[in-house]
Design a protein around this ligand. Sequence first.
Ligand code: FO1
Length: 333
Amino acid sequence: MQSIVVLAGGVGGAKFVGGLVGELARRHPDASDRPAVKVIVNTGDDMWLTGLRVCPDLDSIMYALAGVNDAERGWGRAGESSRVSGELAAYGVGWPWFTLGDLDLGTHIARTALLRDGLTLTEATARLGARWHAGAGLPATLLPMSDDPVETHVRVTIDGDDALLHFEEWWVRLRAGIPAREFVQVGVESARPTPEVLAAVAAADLVLLAPSNPVVSIGTILGVPGMREALAAAPAPIVGVSPIIAGAAVRGMADSCLAAIGVETSALGVAGHYGARSTGGVLDAWLVAEEDAAAVPQVHALGIRSAAVPLWMRDAATSTALAGAALDAAGRQ
Ligand code: FO1
């Protein structure tokens, strides 16, 4: 097995990819025969803020793989400070409820400088990743799903009026506290997967869908025109991991996102949403939590192989175990 592609969002994706990298190192002590990991990352949370391009999911995975993430908060840098954001708030610039830490700002300033130098987001992401681990870089390649801007906006009703908010405003300022009536992917019509993404999918020996938000993370990636077709045509088996355990979102507000698109908040519901590859969807196999073992025969009935495994990623050990289960599920093709 030479290369593994993972579709991932932010927090859940970072844990899963970290677990995969750890499991591969355990199974292949000799790095020269270890499969390469390429992560197709959701960029729908991205935004221009105080003149800087902020890419939350790319940064969550980069920081996690660099070992500098703030594990408690689940996003941003460990040992962070917020002197600059205090000044920005004082000037009334940017979003005071969306804290850009001082170290995090270094990332956004560097990325914006590289983009203004004419690099694509894919090239800029590679440059940012190269610096970690004393210049050895990251143990996985991060590939933005597209170099074209796609921003997830959320249609809500506030005081009887229709409003379209950037996803992060709904997610962070409103804590997803008011119902999302619709998710609008601004710019998606003219976006395409990058050549690097298409090449990685075509060359992969295994494709994994991380247990990220099925609507605003995995769903956004799948919504890029041409992405579903590329996955359906991929020679590799495609194995997904359920982000829902026992009818509840593992983290974040996947349940409120699923409700907005009329999908049942269950392991079976999300499997049906992604669809079996044999019927035009993307899944060959679907891992569900042991709590959802009853769903396995129903997932089979969708034309998707399934197994019930421990899904809770509480620490490195459980994350690597889950990654191992996903690798094994592929082996069972
Ligand atoms: N999440 C919060 O709950 N509060 C914040 O102030 C916040 C700031 C922030 C800044 C940069 C960044 O990359 C992420 C940030 N996040 C914050 C997390 C963000 O909402 C999530 O990483 C994803 O967008 C949702 O999965």
